[in-house]
Design a protein around this ligand. Structure first.
Ligand code: URA
Length: 246
């Protein structure tokens, strides 16, 4: 079992600074196996620590599903509009390493985004070699044509400004102007550009699956930790509270 300094542990998980950790210990808010530790520098098993009665969050690395609402960008920087990080707990951005999204969804796309602080996972999920399936629901501006199914499956679709064709993608037409598209790569604005290359404009785009993760009943703005000892669904950010189910 790996032991870690308590103050370093709390600060690397984004709860507080190392200095503030000492106060939390003094105030008796931090317990190790139910007992108040002597000092904040004590070496502890992260799994045995509670803060205000709750186990520490995702001590071995955080992976969460997030329902990205429309209108939010996936960058960390200001200037491009509100960011997804404003809807996620501040302590996740304070973690070391900080969380980041696994790939991105563009501002006008909603749906499932994974966020994590596990760098190797970002690489594993975004590398084209890993061929993780991503399923998008698409609405377009005019009636779809059955020939698109074989065109997208052919592995010959070229995107403007690129030299390699897109990998084969699976299109299922679900109504005159809606379809689902399954991709195993993640190029910039790929879905919109694939349809544009064939003369269709994507009016609505939503991702419902990323690899083994399904968006399910997660509401816009809501997140759920998926790789942790405790799987939790967080209440909605107030801005999206009216999406909450009964
Ligand atoms: N394809 C797009 O066009 N946009 C996204 O956000 C994701 C895939």
């Amino acid at each position: 079992m790996k032991l870690r300094r308590l103050d370093q542990l709390l600060s690397s998980l984004g709860y507080c600074s190392r200095k503030e950790a000492a106060d939390l210990v003094k105030e008796g808010r931090v317990l190790v196996s139910g007992v108040s530790p002597k000092k904040a520098e004590s070496k502890v098993d992260a799994h045995a620590v509670t803060l205000d009665g709750s186990p520490l969050e995702a001590v071995d690395g955080l992976v969460a599903m997030f329902h990205k609402p429309l209108g939010y960008v996936c960058t960390h920087s200001d200037g491009e509009g509100p960011t997804i990080y404003e809807l996620l707990p501040q302590r996740w951005s304070n973690r070391n390493p900080a969380i980041t999204s696994v790939g991105r969804l563009d501002k006008d796309t909603s749906g499932l985004l994974l966020v994590t602080d596990v760098g190797t996972l970002v690489h594993r999920f975004t590398s084209p070699k890993s061929e993780v399936e991503k399923v998008y629901l698409v609405e377009v501006d005019r009636d779809l044509d059955e020939t698109l199914i074989s065109t997208f499956a052919s592995g010959t679709v070229m995107l403007r400004g690129e030299s390699k064709p897109c990998l084969p993608a699976q299109l299922k037409i679900t109504s005159a102007r809606s379809a689902s598209l399954t991709l195993t790569e993640g190029r910039y604005h790929q879905v919109r550009r694939m349809f544009a290359s064939q003369g269709w404009h994507v009016e609505k785009l939503h991702r419902e699956r990323f690899g083994e993760y399904l968006l399910g009943d997660l509401q816009p703005g809501q997140w759920r930790i998926v790789e942790s000892s405790s799987i939790t669904t967080h209440p909605l950010h107030p801005e999206f509270a009216d999406h909450e189910q009964e």
